[in-house]
Design a protein around this ligand. Structure first.
Ligand code: FAD
Length: 534
């Protein structure tokens, strides 16, 4: 490999694959993509139901432990982050969601010029290759496959009917900037298989002579000379190597690892860097701060109709496996989430404050992130606070790149987040009493017994609440003059030339949605900013 390129991209995840594909469209520039994980072409990655096995699997997941969190009873968790080409889009739940118009308009109002809804909407369309019926709010010529779910479970219709009976309307098109209501979701899939960004963006362009992709190549630090990023030091096949960047270094290592790479390179809170003996290149106190997550809680019910839970015994699984292998059809093509709802816990709110996912299985996660599945017919609801206020931070454990970062998340530290979840839980228990669900629910799995007061619901949230796997915000963009912003609205790192961050970490505030499609949108827009010299 040549030891220089115009653009060196660190991290081939949701954002990194988009940038590699878009920037290498210009044959006159040379692009190198460094990815710490492998190729991500494995059977479990391609099969949609493989998600459950990929989470916590060290071959595909960074498996990042957290600090004990006092806001959830001192529990430690393990956060998942994809480690392969495709990044977290290679292990995620494949739910396709964009968020509310008002999410992005709030970014613009905060000083993130150019990120309001009207400006970013065309990038959602540009990114998308929609395989459903033609619609003005979907793109059909992009790279990212988005498909209706093939194997709809009957429980989904019961859930939709129950919400409508409870006064929460059916939303025919949740991708048009308003997610209010209940709906069947679309998935980042094609022909019954996962469509990670590695598959959708990178595969078709890998042959380009101006694009080099190195897997198992882990970046240690950004090389900075005279206030400019000039390259990347990385490890590959047991060797230390350096690659020079003639134009820019683009950091796309994700919310949990981009700030770590910046800090190891001398970009971050000066005092913290000094603690680890790292020479300060730019004192940016916001690096690693503003860690935001969709704090979540779930409930589970037993039902009298078949759901996926009852299909998970070994004999039935063999039949489903054959159906998948031979025809790419059936239960193993389905993401775990099939129906979602967004609703307000207070009628005076302008937008939904709870995002609800219905899973046709009753799944729980233990504190190591492992799924525990109920085999009787059952389903579960997972709740996220749409725009959580709880904040945590990422710090360095040491200057050694082999050390995992300190994740200090404080997941339910904002009482307002807990209160929203409690109100949301009570509303959904009410929906479960609507005829369409009451007629099939035969019992409650979790919580058992059902809480009878707000205090008991709060104890349930703090005792059993977890993450939504949608971490954002640790290298946030924002206006000049805001000391905690890491990037300007063009995603350029403050104080260092030739360096940008492009991934979920740049979001200044969480969006009311799962974060893959928003991250792809960010990378699409970033590619234009980079090409236009913005
Ligand atoms: C288990 C799980 C389920 C999810 N489910 C959904 C869902 O259903 N729908 C949805 O919209 N969103 C979902 N998400 C969230 C979504 O997938 C992520 O927000 C999105 O993929 C983040 O993209 P990114 O580019 O910021 O980071 P990533 O996609 O995580 O990419 C970062 C990449 O950088 C690489 N990297 C890190 N450090 C280095 C280094 N030092 N050197 C080289 N490479 C490095 C990593 O290996 C990785 O490939 C889920 C996430 C997870 C983890």
């Amino acid at each position: 490999m040549d030891d220089s390129a115009d653009y060196v991209i660190v991290g081939g995840g949701s954002a990194g694959c988009v940038l590699a594909a878009r920037l290498s469209e210009d044959p006159s520039v040379r692009v190198v993509l460094l990815e710490a994980g492998g190729e991500g072409r494995d059977f479990l990655v391609k099969m949609p139901a493989g998600t459950a096995k990929l989470m916590g699997h060290p071959g595909f997941d960074w498996c990042l432990p957290t600090q004990p969190d006092p806001s959830i009873g001192g529990r430690r968790m393990q956060w998942a982050a994809g480690k392969a080409l495709g990044g977290s889009s290679a292990i995620n739940g494949q739910v396709y969601m964009r968020g509310e118009r008002s999410d992005y308009d709030a970014w613009e109002r905060m000083g993130c010029t150019g990120w309001g809804y009207d400006a970013i909407f065309p990038y959602f369309l540009k990114a998308e290759k929609f395989h459903g019926p033609p619609s003005q709010s979907h793109g059909s010529h992009g790279a990212q496959d988005v498909s209706p779910i093939q194997d709809q479970q009957p429980i989904g219709q019961h859930v939709i009917d129950a919400f409508v009976q409870a006064g929460i309307p059916l939303n025919e098109d949740y991708c048009d900037g308003s997610q209010n209501g209940v709906y069947r979701i679309f998935a980042t899939q094609k022909d019954g298989q996962r469509s990670s960004t590695a598959r959708s963006y990178l595969e078709p362009v890998r042959h380009r002579p101006n694009l080099t992709i190195l897997t198992r190549a882990e970046a240690d630090r950004v090389v900075i000379e005279g206030g400019r990023a000039t390259g990347i030091e990385f490890r590959h096949e047991g060797q230390r190597r350096t690659i020079a960047a003639r134009r820019e270094v683009l950091v796309c290592a994700g919310t949990l690892l981009s700030p770590t790479l910046l800090m190891r390179s001398g970009i971050g809170p000066a005092r913290h860097l000094a603690e680890h003996g790292i020479t300060v290149q730019a004192d940016l106190p916001g690096v690693g701060q503003n860690l935001r997550e969709h704090n979540s809680i779930s409930i589970a019910k037993l039902v009298s109709i078949p759901t996926m839970s009852a299909q998970l015994g070994p004999f039935r699984l063999v039949r489903h496996l054959l159906n998948y292998l031979l025809f790419k059809r059936g239960m193993l093509t389905t993401p775990a989430v099939q129906v979602m709802a967004a609703f307000r816990t207070d009628p005076d709110l302008p937008d939904p404050d709870i995002i609800l996912s219905m899973l046709p299985v009753a799944v729980n996660f233990n504190d190591k992130g492992a799924a525990v599945v109920e085999q009787r017919p059952s389903f579960s609801f997972g709740f996220h606070v749409a725009r959580p206020q709880s904040r945590g931070e990422i710090r360095l454990r040491s200057a050694d790149p082999a050390e995992k970062p300190v994740i200090d998340h404080r997941l339910q530290s904002a009482q307002s987040d807990v209160d929203k979840l409690v109100r949301g839980l009570k509303i959904v228990e009410g929906v479960c009493r609507s005829p369409a669900l009451a007629s099939i629910i035969t019992g409650t799995l979790r919580p058992d017994p059902l809480p009878t007061s707000d205090a008991e619901w709060e104890a349930y949230v703090r005792g059993f609440g977890g993450v939504g796997y949608h971490a954002v915000g640790t290298c946030r963009m924002g206006p000049d003059g805001d000391a905690l912003t890491v990037l300007d609205p063009q995603l350029r790192v403050r104080g260092i030339a030739g360096l940008r961050v492009v991934d979920a970490s740049v979001m200044p505030e969480p969006v009311s949605a799962n974060t893959n499609a928003p991250t792809i949108m960010i990378a699409e827009r970033a590619a234009d900013l980079i090409r236009n010299g913005g």
